[in-house]
Design a protein around this ligand. Structure first.
Ligand SMILES: Nc1nc2c(c(=O)[nH]1)N[C@H]1C(S)=C(S)[C@@H](COP(=O)(O)OP(=O)(O)OC[C@H]3O[C@@H](n4cnc5c(N)ncnc54)[C@H](O)[C@@H]3O)O[C@H]1N2
Ligand code: MOO
Length: 638
């Protein structure tokens, strides 16, 4: 099997146009079916629907009271009440009852004075047909209830039934075949061995298809064998309106999808100018659309969103679900490829009047970036990147109200921030926490720019040996800042189980067999390392890997776990999380800085309450490596 190395780079808009132009003829002819009106919610009418019955189909009392002959009441006044005889001049009726023969108005029971069991008195005349719902007030038999191409809403469904329409003709729901491919895949529910991956994309796609109004049919995992894939595609085509083939879309040795589409039908496009989503495949077999969706889930989501969502909408004769967009400022610099339109999931929060977007650009394989996202931003092609503080458009995945109730905490990474976030939303259902890890200095700068409420910081001042306060004095001198203790935390070397290289102190870092993974400039851990190196007179140039940077403790731990570095400086919880050993070397202050003006926000008050809670302290102590004695104490105002 030859590899297909060359992928096209068709701009997204062009790809969409080409694809839907070609699909146009197919989209026009849709199958219809008769369904029970009671099950018609959300379906599209395929022909006009006319009323079988009128509603009401008899004159009906509109109020509880008495049915009268209006003429007999005309003389009634307060001074000269009119008396009416039961059965002759009036009949008792309840709302909805048919108006008895010969009667033409209803008087509300509140306006009727009972004289005896057989007689009532009234002091106001009744107008003919007052409080009567005449035949056909709501619906007249034969009138148009719903036009063609109308999506049935709850009240439409009610009107259909009221008009005596028990069955109606709707378009058949689009049926979508989903074929997962790859020998490495094992069905969800299996414990995967090394090299095996749990197959979740077909379930992910099926859920998307349902959400977008289609009926998914997933097929068994197809190993990377051309003939098996061909057979499955043939079967799926015969059973569905279109087919999605998952994975095998790029340049791997067994990436067959594009070859198969060219051989069985017409390959329209292989490769679009987006990131992620680049290896998308668009084609037609027997005139039915066949879409090759990349294996990486984030890449897959965007290809589904670009092509499958509108295709389902068109085949269902429905409008695309409305995507709400807002303007936000971006909290940190994002570099972007000149060759592609970049789609990046973001976390959102509102600080003062600004909506702040923090990009979660973790790569196409990280499904958690979608789980954590509140929206998606797009950087157009031919733009190299966006600077922190610039405005961007964001597609919203969450209500503006919940974004307004989000505490934005930007700064140094610590798993405690996730714990605070979880406690905040579990104790205060309205509030949530959005955190971004950009290092302590990044947090201070975000506070200064008004892009976060709180910053998690642990900045050691090399001159004074003091934590955080000197930095606040220097960088936030124009702001009123409150500094709260969070924890004292132990920093140490993350090493393989058993510490095979026997790394004990900073001097060990320059041993030739010790490779290092560093944290990014501006992070507190980096400052701590540099301070300690200087203190011990160690030249950082002698450390192999000093220039390799990661953004979080966990990322450092992952590098050590994978063996690409022997050690890195980090916190105990990161070592524990990755099953590594931890060699403590020093402790530091991790504090929370908050601008005073945000302290009147209920969400920020709740955030502080959580930090002070016993539950938080217990959870933090449980992780190991933290002293929470002073958590939540305000110790500096500047
Ligand atoms: N040399 C090149 N390599 C890659 C390129 C390239 O242009 N040249 N493109 C990269 C990009 S971009 C993407 S996106 C991926 C797309 O990969 P494929 O669509 O070929 O998919 P696989 O390689 O088979 O799988 C990728 C990844 O996804 C996992 N996967 C696949 N199916 C499922 C499923 N049903 N459930 C869960 N996970 C699934 C699979 O195990 C792999 O880990 O290619 C890059 N490579
Ligand atoms: O589509 Mo790939 O996901 O560009 O990374």
């Amino acid at each position: 099997m030859e590899r297909k190395i060359y992928l096209e780079n068709t701009p997204l808009e062009k790809a969409i146009n080409m694809f839907f132009e070609k699909a146009e003829g197919y989209i026009k002819y849709r199958k219809t079916e008769k369904i029970n009106s009671q099950d018609s919610l959300g379906r599209m009418t395929a022909s006009p629907v006319f009323a079988h019955l009128s509603s009401p189909h008899f004159h009906a009392a509109a109020m509880d009271g008495i049915a009268v002959k209006a003429e007999k009441t005309f003389k009634a006044t307060e001074l000269n009440p009119v008396r009416l005889k039961k059965g002759v001049d009036y009949v008792e009726v309840d709302t909805g009852n048919p108006l008895p023969e010969g009667f033409n108005a209803v008087i509300m029971i509140e306006d009727v004075v009972s004289v005896d069991n057989e007689t009532v008195e009234i002091i106001q005349p009744a107008v003919p047909y007052q409080h009567v719902r005449p035949i056909g007030e709501d619906i007249v038999a034969t009138e148009l209830i719903l036009p063609t191409n109308h999506k049935i809403r709850p009240w439409d469904l009610a009107a259909l039934l009221a008009a005596g329409i028990d069955f109606l003709e709707v378009y058949k729901k689009v049926e979508v075949g989903i074929i997962p491919t790859g020998v490495e895949l094992v069905p969800a529910g299996t414990v995967p061995e090394i090299g095996q991956i749990i197959e979740f994309n077909s379930h992910f796609f099926a859920a998307l298809v349902k959400e977008w109004g289609g009926i998914p049919h997933s097929y068994d995992i197809v190993p990377d064998e051309y003939e098996v894939l061909k057979k499955t595609v043939e079967k799926a085509l015969s059973e569905n309106d279109f087919v999605i083939i998952n994975a095998g879309s790029s340049a791997g040795r067994k990436d067959y999808t594009s070859k198969l589409i060219s051989e069985m039908g017409e390959l329209l496009i292989h490769g679009i100018a987006t990131k992620p989503g680049k290896p998308a495949i668009l084609g037609f077999i027997q005139n039915k659309p066949v879409i090759g969706v990349p294996g990486y889930p984030v890449s897959a989501y965007f290809v589904m969103d670009f092509f499958v969502k509108p295709l389902i909408a068109k085949l269902n004769f429905q409008q695309l679900p409305y995507a709400k967009k807002i303007e936000a400022v971006i909290s940190r610099r994002v570099v972007s490829s000149l060759k592609s339109e970049d789609f990046i999931p973001v976390k959102l929060g509102k600080v003062k009047e600004k909506i702040v977007a923090t990009p979660i650009n973790k790569g196409a394989g990280v499904i958690m970036s979608l789980v954590r996202a509140d929206g998606v931003m797009c950087i157009p092609q031919h733009i190299e990147g966006i600077e922190a503080g610039e405005k961007i458009k964001v597609e919203l995945w969450k209500s503006l109200e919940s974004i307004e109730n989000t505490v934005v905490c930007i700064g140094s990474h610590d798993p405690l921030i996730d714990i605070i976030g979880d406690l905040l939303s579990s104790h205060y259902s309205l509030f949530s926490l959005s955190s971004a890890h950009v290092g302590s200095m990044g947090g201070i700068m975000a506070l200064k720019r008004g892009e976060c409420h709180a910053a998690g910081i642990h900045l050691l001042d090399a001159e004074t040996g003091q934590y955080n306060i000197p930095y606040i004095k220097r960088y936030l001198k124009d702001n009123e800042v409150l500094l709260f203790h969070l924890v004292e935390r132990i920093q140490g070397f993350l090493v393989q189980k058993g510490n095979p290289l026997n790394i004990k102190n900073f001097a060990d870092l320059i041993r030739p067999e010790v490779t290092f993974i560093n944290r990014q400039k501006g992070s507190g851990t980096r400052l701590l390392l540099d301070y300690k190196l200087k203190e011990s007179g160690i030249d950082s140039k002698k450390i192999i890997g000093y220039n390799r940077e990661e953004f979080t403790h966990l990322a450092v731990a992952a590098e050590v776990k994978a063996g690409s570095a022997a050690t890195g400086l980090g916190i105990m919880s990161a070592a524990k999380a990755m099953g590594l050993d931890f060699v403590p070397v020093c402790s530091e202050h991790y504090d929370i800085a908050i601008l005073k003006e945000y302290m009147n926000l209920e969400s920020v008050k709740a955030f502080i309450e959580i930090i002070r809670s016993r539950e938080f302290k217990e959870k933090a102590e449980g992780l190991g490596g933290y002293n929470t004695e002073k958590a939540g104490i305000l110790y500096y105002e500047g």
